[in-house]
Ligand binder design. Structure first.
Ligand code: FO1
Length: 308
């Protein structure tokens, strides 16, 4: 079975890792959000891309989900001592990724090409594609005005109230080479349990993406369990936008594209509401606390895809 997975941050990376335990490199393509990429300390940082790559390579920090395991912090500490910005915690090993990526970008290489080279170096066999080779930047509209995504998310700890989002550059962005082909030849597309507003929507907002998704089997896994997000601000964003945060709200968010929806057993009471949107449902344990959980959830989702 061929699958294309859309993924954003930590939750998305975990399910993508689970899927990679069941599907061969020929069967799985992972398309990753680049809306939260930014330029910082003169470097191009691609947090979601790195989170997915580090997770599949077994290099991710298990405590934070982002950054590297067994990390040291000498460079950022010394930047701090010099009075430089320290709010975005870049570890020493992680710095190497950003330095080398920035150097290759300056040489004229594409982000997708560099990502492929890094994946080879890290021993990742599955295709991990940035959603586009051109820059798309998520801008958060807040009660304090517009903020670039990482400024809102990390520097301001998601404190300003959210009013909306826009994805700068998306209208002229093209999907990366191979993305449309992967989707076309897939039996289904899986939206990993990533933030719908700022992880999956940027991918969906690329003009040619919508077209290729038409008439596809599309299954989303809810990142909201029992009205709360496992990690990250999705539930807070829903509340601030005047929507009660729930797995149902996620299904409704995607209702025009989804054929199937996976929600946690905790949310059994919402299953009928989702089915009333003419979306098929799977109720299962969606929390991923360890590697076994990732593989088990991926297996459940793949069985659901096969039988629907
Ligand atoms: N998230 C934080 O909350 N604080 C950080 O200092 C931070 C540093 C960081 C460094 C590299 C990286 O790849 C990710 C990092 N993240 C950090 C996570 C990241 O900014 C967000 O989780 C994603 O952009 C949202 O998906």
């Amino acid at each position: 079975m061929k699958i294309t997975a859309f993924a954003g941050g930590v939750g998305g990376a975990k399910l993508a890792h689970g899927l990679a335990q069941h599907l061969s490199p020929e069967e799985l393509t992972i398309i990753v959000n680049t809306g939260d990429d930014f330029e910082h300390l003169g470097l191009t940082i691609c947090p979601d891309l790195d989170t997915v790559c580090y997770t599949l390579a077994g290099l991710a920090n298990p405590e934070t989900g982002w950054g590297r395991v067994n990390e040291t912090w000498n460079t950022i500490s010394n930047i701090e001592k010099l009075g430089g910005p320290n709010w975005f915690r870049l570890g020493d090993q992680d710095f190497a990724t950003h330095l080398e990526r920035t150097r290759r970008l300056k040489e004229g290489k594409k982000l997708s090409e560099i990502t492929r080279e890094f994946c080879n170096a890290w021993g990742i066999q599955h295709a991990i594609l940035p959603m586009s080779d051109s820059a798309v930047r998520t801008i958060v509209d807040t009660d304090e005005g517009e903020l670039p995504f990482q400024e809102y998310f990390v520097h301001r700890h998601c404190e300003p109230r959210v009013k909306g989002f826009r994805f700068d550059g998306v209208n002229s962005a093209e999907p990366v080479i191979g993305a449309l082909e992967a989707i076309e030849s897939s039996d289904a597309v899986i939206f990993c349990p990533s933030n719908p507003w700022v992880s999956i929507d940027p991918i969906l907002s690329i003009p040619q993406m919508r077209q290729v998704l038409e008439n596809k089997k599309i299954v989303a896994v809810s990142p909201i369990i029992g009205g709360k997000t496992v990690k990250g601000p999705a539930a807070k964003m829903y509340s601030e936008l005047g929507i009660e945060p729930s797995a149902f709200a996620v299904a409704e968010h995607y209702r025009n594209v989804l054929t199937g929806f996976v929600l946690d057993t905790t949310d059994a009471n919402l299953e009928m509401n989702v089915q009333n949107l003419t979306i098929k449902t799977l109720l299962t344990d969606t929390l991923m606390n360890n590697l076994t959980d990732r593989a088990r959830l991926a297996n459940d989702v793949l069985n659901f895809v096969r039988s629907n």
